[in-house]
Design a protein around this ligand. Structure first.
Ligand code: PMP
Length: 392
């Protein structure tokens, strides 16, 4: 009787393969870093959000080990039941200082932070106004909220104002990524804040790719535009520049108190583990002391982007170290990526539906840990393969 009830799985998997959307995941035989090992070979790593090299930084590994000796590994349960550990409070306090906000709340991931904050702030009868290129976790958080959703064209302020004008009574929540992950462009936050103030909307920015990258010593998008106190909610992740795993919501004391009472992934999912918490705390301390690694990241990004343009390839809209090398059709980008791996460079091809058709690209994630020799090696290979594929 039960035969066939799971047949849809094979059918759907085959469909993904037929459409070229099936994800094949590489296995790394060691730590994240400028070079990683795949199938026994060292390859230059352009696929990681480990912007500052913190994922395997000796100071951060040591901090995690020490914390394990003191606190163990697991938090025991959700914080509202098992209690909060001192180390979580320390991280929340130091993150608030670093970001220049009154308070922060630490969650298990950036994804979880969006699922926590959005439904707590918007409900039935309210409206969420979202940039069309916002991250999947914002889309899912918005769905969970039961609020009405309106989408404005990417970074288009006339489009945003039009939506705001048409929005009925009820709370309004404007949400955008700070740095957009596929193009590396930055949201026009000052204009968004002005429109929000004009129309009485709350502002919410997901700064996953901005933290540790933009602003003074990586203090993020709000700091980059000097908008302290004018953005209601900042969400972040520890999994990119901070090199670890976890998420954060930052804002006023009141907001954080409210989320502690209301946000479901806080109330119903256990706290961030001890090593993650300690490692993130050490990353924040390193950044609080010096912006040196952030400067190195930008120096590397400028050097590589200039080199790519000199080859005759283009880097699209980027304003950050995220470097899309624009190729065109998805199959060409896939060929390019495959050839790069043969030449010992690990860089992903990104095509439809993640980006528009005809805008497929190789997405190069630059890190402060890349040396000038690494970048020169890569530029030479991009030139060679670009010629092979008649792109330059
Ligand atoms: N928001 C944005 C904008 C992101 O790019 C990401 C990571 N892909 C997330 C949230 C999710 O973060 P995490 O990996 O910590 O769940």
């Amino acid at each position: 009787m039960t035969q066939g009830k799971m047949d849809f799985i094979d059918r759907d998997l085959q469909e993904l393969k037929d459409e070229g959307l099936y994800k094949n995941i590489q296995t790394l035989e060691g730590a994240q870093g400028a070079w990683v090992q795949i199938k026994g070979e060292k390859v230059l790593n352009f696929c990681s959000n480990n912007y500052l090299g913190f994922a395997a930084d000796p100071r951060i590994k040591e901090a995690a080990k020490k914390a394990i000796d003191k606190y163990g590994v697991g938090p025991g349960a959700v914080r509202t039941i098992a209690g909060t550990m001192t180390i979580h409070k320390e991280l929340e306090r130091e993150l608030a200082e670093f970001k220049g906000v009154e308070a922060t709340l630490v969650l298990q991931s950036g994804f979880s932070a969006n699922l926590a904050a959005i439904p707590a702030l918007a409900d039935k009868g309210d409206t969420i106004i979202s940039d069309e290129l916002n991250h999947a976790s914002i889309i899912d958080g918005s769905r969970l909220s039961r609020a009405a959703k309106k989408v404005y064209p990417h970074n288009d302020m006339d489009g945003l104002e039009k939506v705001l004008k048409e929005t009925p009574e009820g709370k309004k929540l404007i949400i955008c990524d700070g740095v957009f992950s596929m193009d590396g462009d930055i949201a026009p936050l000052p204009e968004i804040v002005e429109l929000a103030e004009k129309y009485g909307a709350m502002t919410y920015v997901d700064d996953a790719h901005g933290e540790g990258v933009v602003g003074r010593a990586g203090r993020g998008i709000v700091d980059h535009f000097n908008l302290h106190g004018r953005v209601d909610v900042e969400v972040g992740t520890f999994s990119k520049a901070l090199g670890v795993m976890g998420g954060v919501i930052a804002g006023s004391k009141n907001l954080i108190e409210y989320l502690i009472q209301k946000a479901r992934p806080f109330t119903f999912s256990s706290a961030l583990t001890v090593p993650d918490t300690a490692a993130t705390l050490e990353a924040v301390r390193i950044l609080s002391e010096s912006g040196e690694l952030v400067e190195k990241l930008w120096e590397n990004a400028r050097y590589f982007q200039k080199g790519i343009k000199e080859i005759g390839l283009n880097t699209g809209l980027t304003e950050t170290p995220i470097t899309p090398v624009m190729i065109g059709e998805a199959h060409q980008a896939a060929d390019f990526s495959r050839r790069l791996l043969e030449e010992k460079i690990f860089a992903q091809a990104i095509g439809f539906p993640l980006v528009a058709r005809g805008k497929a690209r190789i997405r190069v994630m630059i890190s402060a840990t890349h040396s000038k020799d690494d970048l020169d090696f890569a530029l030479e290979k991009f030139k060679k393969i670009g010629k092979e594929l008649n792109l330059v």
